[in-house]
Design a protein around this ligand. Structure first.
Ligand code: NAI
Length: 276
């Protein structure tokens, strides 16, 4: 008996790195998995079928069920095709892991419009597009569902050279909270992870140690995909190696203006009180 027997999962960007690991972990627990991957390079250029096909093969060799999809999640048609693969092959959708991603790093003053647009398209629009297409099916099925998005410390804390990527990843955190509220009545739980692991995306990032593995990240994907996480929604979980934490917003107690309105001078005078 697996935790996900009878469930159907979609994992985007599952041809390598974290996505491959999530797909294998979900399949090991009995889920039938659509392995989506565009099959391009780290910067999103190029495409191919080999990456997704290889992971499908790995899942089948381990005794699981999987089907490939090679579409880009960054268009509504591409996202629809990922969902259609799940319906055509396995007849339903229970779990979506929005994981596909690319990098086009450049400092803010040198960032080109195309670098901004393509990173927004893959991460932020891709997450929206796949979620919308899948949640429409989940609502029809009326058996609930699980959506797990992928945010990043680059967006929640900040990182030099990643204005496009950080903005997209912070957008995914906000999207997660709104989607959780809107989809709650259909019992579709929406959460996000904030991972750090050595993959091709972080192979040249010195602060990510070699022993922070994709395998460390996938258990929380299985948890959030399964009935073990019933009632958990709209939340962000950081996973770094063996450590899991929750991101929470901090709002200070603040202060009220002495009169009916603040003046700029009063804000300056009482800044420490406001921000304490
Ligand atoms: P990766 O580069 O190994 O995996 C990303 C996958 O997405 C690749 O297989 C790629 O072909 C696929 N992909 C790219 N564009 C696509 C598109 N338009 N449609 C479908 N598939 C597409 O990188 P990694 O590290 O596994 O990243 C997975 C996710 O985790 C990404 O969203 C990334 O931003 C996020 N992340 C990773 C961190 C890390 O430390 N590795 C840190 C924070 C976030």
């Amino acid at each position: 008996m697996g935790l996900l027997d009878g469930k159907v999962a979609i994992v985007t960007g599952a041809g390598g790195g974290l996505g491959r690991c999530h797909a294998l972990a979900l399949a090991k627990e009995g889920a039938k998995v659509v392995v989506n991957d565009l099959g391009g390079a780290r910067d999103g250029t190029g495409s191919g079928t080999a990456m997704a096909d290889r992971v499908v093969q790995e899942i089948r060799e381990a005794g699981g069920e999987a089907a490939p999809n090679f579409a880009s999640v960054s268009s509504m048609n591409g996202a629809q095709s990922v969902v259609q693969t799940a319906i055509d092959t396995f007849g339903r959708i229970d779990i979506v892991v929005n994981n596909a991603g690319i990098l086009r790093d450049k400092s803010l003053l040198k960032m080109e419009e195309s670098m901004w647009d393509v990173v927004m398209a893959v991460h932020l629009k891709g997450t929206f597009a796949v979620t919308q297409a899948a949640a429409r099916v989940m609502k029809e099925q009326a058996t609930g569902g699980r959506i797990i998005n992928t945010s990043s410390i680059a967006g929640l804390v900040g990182n030099f050279g990643q204005a496009n990527y950080g903005a997209a990843k912070a957008g995914i955190a906000g999207f997660t909270r709104v989607a959780a509220i809107e989809l709650m009545k259909s019992e579709i739980m929406v959460n996000a992870i904030v991972p750090i692991a050595k993959t091709r995306m972080t192979e040249d990032v010195a602060f990510v140690p070699d022993d922070m593995l994709p395998e460390h990240i996938s258990p929380i994907i299985v948890f959030l995909a399964s009935d073990l996480s019933k009632g958990v929604t709209g939340r962000l979980f950081s996973v770094m190696g063996p450590k899991i934490q929750e991101y929470k917003y901090l709002v200070t107690d603040g202060a009220k203006a002495a009169g009916a309105m603040w003046t700029a001078q009063e804000i300056a005078d009482r800044f420490n009180e406001i921000t304490k």
